[in-house]
Write a protein that binds this ligand. Structure first.
Ligand code: GLN
Length: 490
């Protein structure tokens, strides 16, 4: 039998069901993998005792014939989700001694369904970044390396810990969040599958807020089917989040493997950006060919406001962040730096507690919301956001799903973009549009570049039509036949 950590989530569920191994055995194998992979810096906190207790409880349930949808499956949790009794830092010094006394809705649903928590995963500070380098606890290292090179590469961000942990077989799946691409770009950089569902599918309650009108939770997994299984558990209405949608949650896994014959796939001409590597162009063309072969009709579409998406995102997201992060004042959570008076306590706490990128976002956000600039920047960005959503509305008259590259490059080296915020922000050029429009977007691995690094393609769907996204992704996964894994060096 293959090693327990190389199983897919679905394969592990089947093995548990068949009695081939227990959740305690499965969990132990993953705990050992986590301990052996500390060099990747993917986990901020390991919770092995809790994991083994959860696994034992799962085995007991199964023995009684009362297995749940994720019973006994070891998962990693992005450290942006509050976990009761387990530190939650958002990878920021400002939250450092914070131990939540409540559980986020998304994680509570995973535990309700029987999953096992291995620990908390590293991320960019407050999920702001595309390379994991803004984490106060050091960057995550991508398990993938260029062939013949020892250079440390980024796993992408902000869910870099989630993506690296899944790619290195440290867990069978992970939670992640996506405000502008933080599930999909790391998935593309690590050869994993990630989906950001429709805004409102997953509750935001108990997830540390970055930009509330854009933030969505979703899974990173080894396969399209695994991502579908996880998303089904993570989704659902929650009265504690006023933007959570009160709609039924389909069994997303049932859409994987469904025929895509007759579906119309839109190819937006505006996603052909300058200086895009020829390999990504080629990958996109391959994706189109695979879907044609599967019986899809390919239609050219236009999303004319695409070029304004990134600037609009980098106004809206910091604006909301500056407001959301006002709560970290040294009074209620985490760090408190002393000062001669209240104002100084605020100032010292925030100066010491926040990292540079977070400070940059707070400054930009405060600026664009201030009197005199509000109309010129924030209001204008909101109008652009509306236009972008309307572009998609018109596109849906012509197509059922949209195919694009996920990111404009493969994983880059640590330090390569960290001194150039604009170069870093360009990573999000293909992903921010779906956040601005609230649409589902999935990234799946579709091939390797000349250096042997994975590249991803993105499928964008209509609101609440994750089902079609999963069907298209399933067909592409089959056609791509992507089986490459990072060679173990850690
Ligand atoms: N990279 C983007 C940013 O830095 C997106 C982050 C995210 O989706 N959380 O804002």
């Amino acid at each position: 039998m293959a090693s327990l950590t190389s199983l897919t989530l679905k394969g592990a569920l089947d093995g548990l069901e068949a009695g081939d191994f227990t959740s305690v055995e499965l969990t132990r194998a993953h705990i050992e993998a986590v301990e052996a992979a500390r060099g990747l810096n993917a986990f901020l906190f390991e919770t092995p005792e809790r994991a083994l207790a959860m696994a034992a409880a799962s085995d007991a349930r199964r023995a009684l014939g009362a297995g749940r949808p994720l019973d006994g499956i070891p998962l990693g949790i992005k450290d942006l989700f509050c976990t009761e009794g387990v530190p939650t830092t958002a990878a920021s010094k400002i939250l450092e001694p914070f131990v939540p006394h409540y559980e986020s809705t998304v994680t509570s649903q995973l535990w309700r369904d029987g999953a096992v928590m291995l620990g908390k995963l590293n991320l960019d500070e407050f999920a702001m970044g595309s390379s994991n380098e803004t984490s106060a606890y050091g960057p995550v290292i991508n398990p993938w390396r260029k062939s013949g090179s020892n250079q440390a590469l980024t796993p992408g961000g902000s869910s870099g810990g989630s993506a690296a942990a899944v790619a290195a077989d440290l867990c069978l799946g992970a939670t992640a969040t996506d405000t502008g691409g933080s599930i999909r770009q790391p998935a593309a950089f690590t050869g994993t599958v990630g989906i950001k569902p429709t805004y409102g599918r997953c509750s935001r309650w108990g997830t540390v807020a970055f930009a509330s009108s854009l933030d969505q939770a979703g899974p990173i997994a080894k396969t399209v089917e695994d991502a579908a299984i996880l998303l089904t558990s993570m989704s659902g209405h929650d009265p504690k989040d006023s933007t959570s949608l009160d709609v039924p949650v389909p069994d997303f896994a049932a859409f994987v493997g469904k025929s895509v014959k007759g579906l119309r796939i839109g190819i937006p001409k505006e996603y052909r950006v300058d200086n895009m590597p020829a390999e990504i162009e080629k990958l996109w063309a391959d994706g189109i060919a695979w879907l044609k072969e599967a019986g899809c009709e390919i239609v050219e579409i236009s999303l004319p406001h695409t070029k304004y998406a990134l600037p609009a995102y980098y106004i809206v997201a910091p604006a909301e962040a500056s407001s959301n992060l006002a709560r970290y004042d040294g009074m209620r959570y985490g760090l408190r730096a002393e000062g001669a008076n209240l104002t100084e306590v605020y100032e010292n706490t925030r100066a010491e507690g926040f990292g540079d990128e977070v400070k940059r976002r707070i400054l930009i956000g405060t600026y664009v919301l201030s009197a005199g600039y509000y109309d010129a920047y924030y209001l204008k960005a909101l109008k652009v956001r509306r236009r972008i959503a309307e572009d998609f509305d018109s596109a849906w008259e012509k197509c059922d799903a949209i195919l694009t590259p996920t990111a404009p490059s493969a994983a880059f080296g640590l330090g390569e973009n960290s001194n150039d915020p604009i170069a870093m922000y360009l990573n999000d050029v293909f992903t921010v549009t779906t956040n601005l429009a609230g649409l589902p977007g999935l990234s799946l691995p579709a091939g390797l570049d000349a250096n042997g690094l994975p590249l991803g393609l993105q499928i964008i769907g209509k609101p609440l039509d994750e089902g079609t996204v999963f069907s298209v992704a399933g067909a592409m996964e089959k056609a791509a036949g992507f089986t490459a894994k990072a060679t173990k060096w850690w």
